[in-house]
Design a protein around this ligand. Structure first.
Ligand code: BG6
Length: 518
């Protein structure tokens, strides 16, 4: 275990780029990544650090220590990360500054990388880590737990016992924890209690990467920076809301993880509820972290616990898009794990009582689409009774998160011609048509905010627990496990999910086309 901190070579190290307009670089700190060899580090954290470096948002006093079991040289780790970043940059130009790696910005990061071999559960690791951190140029430290959830507790406990979470002489010590944060209410409570016995709430940054997406953050801007929406954003005008996170990919190499987790735990109480919180929260008085999080907490608190009748589970079977889930690697041939979940959510407060929020997510669906659709109530038909018009389609505001970034609004217009005919029209906006989109893998803002100490986009202990409390009756159903219905890989999901909305006289928005499914 090396105990000398990485010192950027003054000849080789590129100077940091000039900061992006209107932004200041984060304060100096050491970023300690547990799980240096993992996928998250390679695919998301390093690309995000690279993008931040290119934007000049990192301080020259930054150091990055990657902890993992297994001896290896820092040089070897640097080469591996460089190769993977080069591959990603070529594959996914939109998420990076150029399709060719900008050597200067990456070199700035590479010079600060140091590999640190150590077991996550051994006292010796944390003792040596303490010595290393004592020599770092800054006393500020962010500990990033990019590890499997079973290591969250032991790592935090060891950090606490080794005294590495003590904030002294104005230095910060922060812990970033990935999802899944618990697997139900009891486990999330336990985990919170255990972590909070070593660190205070302001030191804990529970990540939900959906909140790092620019398009998710812009939900608040659309709602609160326009006079048009807020007056109608309530039960008097809104018929229902649909929140979709549909994926075309299957479980890929994550069969083992997915068998334990399933689509519901993986996506609903975290990603989908976070989107719901943004849509449903009351206007905060400021963007202050506690104010925003208080408003979201009120929404989660008002959601009624889910009942089995409000939830549909599905599992993909062999279909046009490929083999079934049970044929995937590391999946039991008789698995009952759901790869699709839909739910009808009721928010029992003055703004939303009586307005259902339908949420759905699934793997191997007809299209990749993350979006929120707010459907307004239909207007009285009286005026059109004596005309050839037979129906009016409802107004729908759609906020597109992925892969398209933008909004659209469905409304009715007169069809040109001598008779009164109404036609459905759509007005849409794409961010790319008006703005230059920033290269982004989704973790840039989250890492930067954590270094700045801004917790707005991170989840607080109480909200995590209230979200699990809503989900708990479905996770531990009194009348036995929920049925898991089959759907063809590449389809729109199970028929039972259609029936959930049909029972309310509604239909899901089509994944493959536009408008409602008939
Ligand atoms: C992750 C889930 O949190 O989010 C994955 O574990 C899922 O199963 C992913 O694929 C979806 O995120 P995104 O940003 O690709 O929509």
């Amino acid at each position: 275990m090396p105990t000398e901190p990485a010192e950027p070579d003054p000849n080789a190290s590129a100077a940091n780029a000039a900061p992006l307009a209107g932004k200041r670089p984060a304060p100096p700190c050491t970023l300690v990544i547990f799980g240096a060899g993992g996928d998250l580090t390679k695919r998301l954290l390093m690309p995000a650090l690279y993008n931040l470096s290119a934007d000049g948002l990192l301080d020259d006093g930054m150091r990055i220590v990657g902890v993992n079991h297994g001896e290896r040289e820092t040089a070897e780790w640097r080469t591996e990360l460089t190769e993977s970043l080069r591959r990603f940059a070529a594959d996914r130009a939109s998420t990076f500054h150029t399709s060719q790696l900008d050597e200067k910005s990456w070199d700035w990061v590479v010079q600060r990388l140091q590999y640190f071999a150590g077991e996550f559960e051994s006292d010796a690791t944390f003792e040596s880590l303490g010595q290393l951190l004592a020599q770092a140029p800054s006393g500020n430290v962010v500990f990033y737990l990019a590890v499997s959830a079973r290591f969250f507790r032991p790592i935090v406990e060891h950090l606490g016992r080794a005294g590495l979470l003590k904030e002294e002489r104005g230095n910060f010590r922060r812990i970033v924890i990935e999802k899944p944060f618990g697997t139900d209410l009891a486990s999330a409570r336990d985990l919170n209690a255990q972590i909070l016995s070593y660190a205070s709430e302001p030191q804990i940054y529970r990540i939900d990467h959906f909140l790092g997406k620019d398009t998710v953050q812009s939900i608040l801007a659309v709602r609160f920076a326009n006079a048009l929406f807020e007056p109608m954003w309530r039960r008097e005008y809104i018929d229902h809301v649909q929140i979709t996170a549909a994926e075309t990919i299957g479980v890929e190499a994550r069969g083992g993880f997915y068998e334990q987790t399933g689509a519901f735990r993986d996506m609903v109480p975290n990603h989908l509820f976070q989107l719901l919180g943004m849509i449903a929260m009351e206007p905060p008085n400021s963007f202050d972290a506690e104010t925003v999080r208080d408003k979201k907490a009120e929404v989660f608190d008002a959601i009624q616990p889910l009942a089995a009748r409000d939830v549909v589970f599905g599992q993909y079977e062999k279909g046009p898009a490929g083999p079934g889930y049970r044929e995937e690697p590391d999946v039991a041939p008789d698995s009952r794990t759901e790869t699709y979940a839909a739910a009808r959510v009721h928010i029992d407060n003055w703004r939303w009582a009586g307005v259902p929020f339908y949420v759905r997510t699934g793997k191997r669906l007809a299209a990749r689409r993350t979006e929120l659709c707010v459907q307004l109530k239909t207007v009285p038909f009286r005026l059109f009774r004596d005309t050839p018009v037979d129906r009016l389609t409802p107004n729908v505001l759609t906020l597109r998160i992925d892969p398209a970034h933008g909004t659209s609004f469905d409304f009715n217009v007169k069809v040109p011609g001598p008779v009164m005919q109404i036609g459905a029209a759509q007005s849409s906006f794409s961010y790319g048509d008006f703005f230059t989109e920033r290269p982004n893998v989704g973790y840039e803002t989250l890492l930067y905010d954590c270094m700045l100490g801004d917790e707005t986009l991170f989840q607080r202990a109480d909200s995590i627990e209230t979200s699990w409390a809503v989900a708990d009756p479905v996770l531990h159903p009194k009348d036995g496990p929920l049925p898991v219905h089959g759907y063809a890989a590449g389809s729109e999901g199970p028929a039972e999910a259609d029936a959930l909305l049909a029972a309310d006289g509604r239909a899901w928005r089509s994944l493959s086309g536009t408008g409602q499914r008939n």
